[in-house]
Design a protein around this ligand. Structure first.
Ligand code: NAD
Length: 260
């Protein structure tokens, strides 16, 4: 069904983004992966996805804070593949601090990467999709697109922003066979989350087990982390024909966090 489609996935050198890449490659999509990391590790990831699934996988080093880099990523995609069909905006960073102490450069970076980059990618992707008469745009938002937590001002603002951007874009392209949706995960077991555990344990004077149960899973009714594979499987569904009338929606995958 998705075989031969071309997917551009920002922030796909690790975590949830890598999960989307692997799941779409399994469906036969060609890929443009993007993100930071060790050059050799990224090359190993790129070639392993190609070999495992028999698809073509390109890498763009575009920095999502730079609109010119984003333009070049789409130029490369069109040059190499002749177009694109699926866009997943996933690159994201976090910084935790009260507003009064929040470093201005962290605010700017989070708004740029977690929100503005999705505006820039859509500016390029929508005309290409409209011309091809089909498209799927998926934004990785967060439970923090729906509810707030203290000390995450920039992240919560950016994720609420991406929720609004998702709805607006969906309405603009609704008659063009293009859907735009956001996935709103609670805590997902990724390297980003794993790295936070020892730091939070240290700063809060807790054991790592307490951090997991009393901080990370405190709000999840199921008391379970979501897995990368579960998020990626939902994204594959959103790309399917069965999901053609699902658009402008914010899809919670958070173990009941935001039901409360
Ligand atoms: P991660 O750190 O594993 O992945 C982040 C990706 O973004 C990496 O590939 C990184 O290189 C890339 N990136 C960072 N800055 C970039 C930049 N300037 N330009 C290009 N790429 C850049 O994190 P993750 O947990 O997989 O998070 C992915 C997305 O999911 C983020 O948008 C995050 O906010 C969201 N999310 C994560 C969780 C969670 O619990 N892990 C929960 C809800 C939402």
């Amino acid at each position: 069904m998705l075989s031969g489609k071309i997917a551009v996935i920002t922030g796909s050198t690790s975590g949830i983004g890598e999960g989307y890449a692997r799941a779409l490659a399994k469906e036969g999509c060609h890929l443009v992966i993007n993100g930071f990391g060790d050059a050799q590790e990224i090359e190993t990831l790129r070639t392993s996805i190609e070999q495992e699934h028999g698809i073509k996988c390109l890498y763009s080093s575009a920095d999502m804070t730079k609109p010119d880099d984003i333009a070049e990523m789409f130029d490369m995609t069109v040059r190499e593949f002749g177009g694109m069909d699926i866009l997943i905006n996933n690159a994201g960073i976090q910084h935790v601090s009260p507003i009064a102490d929040f470093p201005v450069e962290k605010w700017d970076a989070i708004i740029a990467i977690n929100l503005s980059s999705a505006f820039h990618t859509m500016r390029h992707a929508i005309p290409i999709m409209t011309k091809r008469g089909w498209g799927r745009i998926i934004n990785t938002a967060s439970a923090h697109a729906l509810v707030a937590s203290p000390n995450k001002a920039a992240y919560v603002a950016a994720k609420h922003g991406i929720a609004g951007l998702t709805k607006t874009a969906a309405l603009e392209v609704a008659r063009d066979n293009i859907t735009v949706n956001a996935i709103c995960p609670g805590y997902v077991w990724t390297p980003l989350v794993e790295r936070q555990i020892p730091d939070t344990a240290r700063t809060r004077g807790m054991t790592e087990e307490q951090v997991i149960n009393e901080v990370m899973l405190a709000a999840a009714a199921t008391k379970k982390f979501t897995t990368i594979e579960q998020i990626a499987a939902f994204a594959v569904f959103l790309c399917s024909d069965a999901a053609e009338n699902i658009t402008g929606a914010l899809h919670s995958i958070d173990g009941g966090w935001t039901a409360q």
